[in-house]
Design a protein around this ligand. Sequence first.
Ligand code: HEC
Ligand code: HEC
Ligand code: HEC
Ligand code: HEC
Ligand code: HEC
Ligand code: HEC
Ligand code: HEC
Length: 329
Amino acid sequence: MLKSKIRASAFLFNRLAMQSSFLFLLILLFLGFSQKSQAQEKSLTPENDKCLKCHTHQTFTFQNTLTKKEDKRMSNPLYILDKNHFAAGVHAKFKCTDCHSSAYSTYPHNAELKLEPLSTCLDCHGGDEKYAAYQFEKIEKEFQKSVHFQKSGESFTCSKCHNQHYYQAKSRTSSVVGEIIGFSNEMCMTCHSNNSKFQLLSDTLKPALSQIHGWLPNQELHFKNVRCIECHTQVVDSLSVSHNILPKEKALKNCVECHSKNSMLVASLYKYKNLQSRSEGGKLNTIIANKSYVIGAYQNFWLNNFSIFIFIMALAGICIHVILRIIKK
Ligand code: HEC
Ligand code: HEC
Ligand code: HEC
Ligand code: HEC
Ligand code: HEC
Ligand code: HEC
Ligand code: HEC
């Protein structure tokens, strides 16, 4: 009688331990799902359709003023815009002619329009309090120290990395680290994996990235899980994204900088997240939403203690079970 009661309670205990870990998993899953990516749907200005009717297609038609006939031609692939990327970008509410001359509304475009100077980020955002959080002026100062600016000067504009049509503040708006990394590294790759773009700024051929980084094991995995700027800039505490690309001799080669408990990634890649989660008090959330979890780098007090708790519960369950089996005999 007593034995069966003890057995029943042991069974209950085991079940409780199992249920609590199951419950914990459910909570984890729920938190993961509630972090949907906040894809902002912005509608495009209708005036833009006039431009996009040509600038999104492989071919375009226009009224040939000499032959008085309608002509169909091939588009220059470099002048084809991605409508969806534009709509997702920070400047989606703009008319094309806010940045480009209104004289573009006729085709053939006037040849002199090619020479039209276009605004840079600072022309519009410099000194504007509304955008103070982005620290445009400080970014510009940092950028001017970088190898790119030092070697290429004014011709290396911000827009070389930040396409004004498509730019998104990904590291702020996305909660998926993999997405932030992809977006960031793609900027570097527009030149470092494309010789014609590279040679617009340099007389030499672009060096092969896979050879230069031959010393790095699992290269592909690393390029998917860390931003290029992690190794190629020094962390600036007051900036969310450091813009000073250092000379190659100063690039980070030391594995321990990332593969340790005090990983520098916490101060760079995860910096914005850290600040955000500190203010929202939900560090667990950010960890779960992160696809990459650097072993040893991102320790969490509650997660650690909770897993120890579950481990002890399971161990206690087994011990009690064994003791009861012995008593039963
Ligand atoms: C009938 C088709 C057509 C329309 C409509 C059109 N474009 Fe173009 N656009 C072109 C083609 C083709 C080129 C390639 C260069 C050329 O042929 O002049 C071009 C080139 C451009 C360029 C690059 C110029 C350079 O060489 O640096 C810009 C910028 C541009 N268009 C903006 C616009 C804007 C803004 C509008 C709308 C107000 C617009 N276009 C409407 C066909 C068109
Ligand atoms: C926020 C400002 C801005 C808006 C809005 C904008 N552009 Fe541009 N556009 C630029 C800049 C800056 C460049 C030059 C990029 C460079 O040379 O680095 C450019 C370049 C271009 C080019 C030349 C090809 C290229 O990508 O370099 C085309 C074509 C063009 N724009 C068409 C358009 C059309 C069509 C729209 C409207 C849907 C539009 N732009 C809206 C700033 C803008
Ligand atoms: C022609 C002026 C102009 C240029 C050039 C320009 N911007 Fe903007 N930008 C704006 C305006 C205006 C807005 C606000 C748009 C809105 O409210 O939808 C904006 C919005 C933004 C935002 C979103 C701010 C927020 O908190 O919502 C970012 C980030 C941004 N721009 C970055 C850049 C960068 C980086 C460049 C250079 C590559 C650049 N901009 C070039 C005028 C400009
Ligand atoms: C060599 C490439 C490169 C150049 C040149 C460059 N940037 Fe950036 N910038 C980046 C990268 C990479 C990021 C990080 C993107 C991310 O994770 O969202 C970034 C992020 C930003 C951000 C977002 C910061 C935040 O707090 O969210 C702003 C604003 C910005 N850059 C402005 C500028 C301005 C202004 C210039 C020119 C003075 C410039 N950038 C030149 C590569 C560049
Ligand atoms: C784990 C750190 C790390 C990452 C991630 C990384 N690099 Fe590097 N990179 C280095 C180091 C260290 C060197 C210097 C290698 C040497 O001199 O032997 C270097 C060298 C370079 C060079 C100099 C080439 C030359 O010899 O002129 C370029 C360009 C470069 N990297 C671009 C990139 C780009 C683009 C990415 C992102 C896709 C990237 N790197 C990611 C550490 C890194
Ligand atoms: C617009 C094209 C372009 C983009 C975008 C670009 N680079 Fe470069 N980068 C160059 C050119 C050109 C050079 C060679 C400069 C020279 O030697 O004249 C260079 C050189 C470098 C070097 C070698 C510096 C040295 O000491 O020789 C590193 C490292 C580097 N880039 C990293 C990056 C990273 C990281 C990004 C992205 C955040 C990036 N680049 C984006 C064009 C670009
Ligand atoms: C800029 C930060 C950084 C540096 C520097 C760095 N790593 Fe990594 N490493 C990472 C990240 C992030 C991952 C991906 C973690 C994950 O998702 O499993 C990774 C993954 C790895 C993996 C694969 C682990 C697995 O789960 O398969 C190995 C092995 C590795 N790194 C070794 C090295 C070595 C050796 C060095 C030095 C030569 C180095 N790393 C330098 C950030 C870095």
